[in-house]
Design a protein around this ligand. Sequence first.
Ligand code: FAD
Length: 287
Amino acid sequence: DQIFEQAKAAGAQPVSFEMFPPKGEMTLERAREVAGSFSQLNPDFISVTYSAGGSGNNGATTKIAQMIDADFGIPSVAHLTCISLKRADLLAKIDEMRAAGIQNVLALRGDVPQGAPTGPGCADYRYAKDIIPHLVDASFCVGAAAYPEGHIECDDLELSVRQLKEKQDAGASFLVTQLFFDNQYFYRFRELAERAGITVPITAGIMPFMGKQQISRMVFMCGASLPSPVIKLLARYEDDADSLRAAGIEYACRQLEDLAANGVDGLHIYTMNRADVAGAAMSALRA
Ligand code: FAD
């Protein structure tokens, strides 16, 4: 697909950033500041998260992705979750994104809201793979999520990889991984994916740790392992927030360099909307 081909043609691994629609009333203005600072670093794409849970996120993801494409000239990837979508909502979303000129979509299930009814018939789209063909038919370049340590609801990594292959079979043409703090998990997963016949580019997603609370929330949400070097850093800088953040960014940069040296297809940085995170990652990779 194009976003990967362009970077490869330039002889580099694609480097991309994730941002989320800022909260509050000034969403678009704040998003413009974030996207503007990121675009100066010239990433290969910027992806914009989608808030699951039925609000339809008021079109914020679409508007921000459109801004990234049109005003900053950087390819965008608009996330879309299907957990609360009815068929009519999906069609409306597709129309909205097409009208905005969006070309790339990351198809996701989203996290099941607490207390939501589950089981057959409760949702029009149960898994991310269920919306992929509709998006492909609407001419989007479609990506999907991958889990180097397996998805938190699935105990069997090999099964998780087979389910990932179903996303490729449904039409996904690139994959972006969940965060991980030990590259060995990624390398093992990459081998399994290759053996399972996954041939589309797999971009490795990295998030720097910024604090004990932030990292606990993340690992409890996604089930990623915290290796002892990370735990030691969290303990060492427990009472020194600035040093902890610096250590988190430094650790992420070393992870990114190692991944780049090991020939990953792409590097995706969970920036948390922070220009310092995006800047440090880009300097480590493009130095
Ligand atoms: P799916 O691929 O549908 O998988 C969900 C579960 O179903 C897994 O446990 C899987 O093992 C199981 N499963 C899949 N296929 C089958 C099958 N055929 N039979 C039985 N079980 C099956 N969330 C947001 O709300 N907004 C975002 O913008 C967002 N962006 C993300 C970006 C990335 C790169 C990643 C990795 C995650 C993102 N998430 C986001 C979180 C994501 O929504 C959750 O991880 C969610 O729990 C699963 O999404 P999925 O698309 O991988 O789901």
